[in-house]
Design a binder for this molecule. Structure first.
Ligand SMILES: [Fe+2]
Ligand SMILES: [Fe+2]
Length: 193
């Protein structure tokens, strides 16, 4: 679970403030829509894993990460009005669920490789946005929220990497490529709709 105190301050970023910020930061609403869609997918990934995994270590890993992703989703949901959210949320839920469920059929190593690939992508995704936001004012509060989420994702990635294998076989590498590419396409779509 995320424990960053700076995140609490985002309750001060209301709809009017967000609209004002969007006028100064190009693509802000699209970015936040993609973040909200991504966290929706992340919650679904861990639900997909937990639907099938029996290994106690994987279940503990997935339950702990699920709590953090639900926290991220709640914070982004509090920020982004329903009218601004992706219309494709049901698709992101299904895609996320399958991204967790399918590797979980193959066992812990496949799950760790998947989370490594997902979180490597999400780290870069947040990194791009953090640079666009100012350090102070409401933009700074938003920046702190995204940086806190990013820090959690990096922690998730490192945990998966430490528990998994250094380099998987060709099939694992192809799956990781697919996960990274699919995530990039999903972000592109969610930025628009
Ligand atoms: Fe997250
Ligand atoms: Fe994560």
């Amino acid at each position: 679970m995320s424990t960053h105190p700076t995140i609490l301050a985002t309750s001060n970023v209301d709809a009017g403030t967000l609209a004002g910020l969007a006028g100064c930061v190009p693509g802000l609403i699209g970015d936040l829509r993609s973040d909200h869609a991504g966290e929706t997918g992340a919650v679904a990934i861990y639900l997909g894993i937990l639907a099938v995994a029996r290994d106690p270590g994987i279940r503990r890993f997935a339950e702990a990460h699920l709590a953090t992703e639900r926290d991220h989703l709640a914070r982004l949901g509090a920020l982004l009005p329903p009218a601004q959210r992706s219309v494709l949320l049901p698709l992101w839920r299904v895609a996320g669920w399958l991204t967790g469920f399918l590797p979980a059929l193959f066992g812990p190593r496949a799950v760790y490789a998947t989370i490594d690939a997902v979180e490597t992508f999400v780290d870069q995704h947040y990194e791009e946005q953090v640079h666009k936001l100012p350090a102070h004012g409401p933009g700074g509060v938003l920046k702190a929220l995204l940086m806190a989420c990013q820090a959690d994702e990096v922690h998730h990635r490192d945990e998966a990497r430490a528990a998994g294998v250094k380099a998987g076989g060709r099939l694992t590498q192809a799956w990781q490529w697919l996960v990274g590419t699919g995530s990039a396409l999903a972000v592109k779509a969610a930025r628009r709709v």
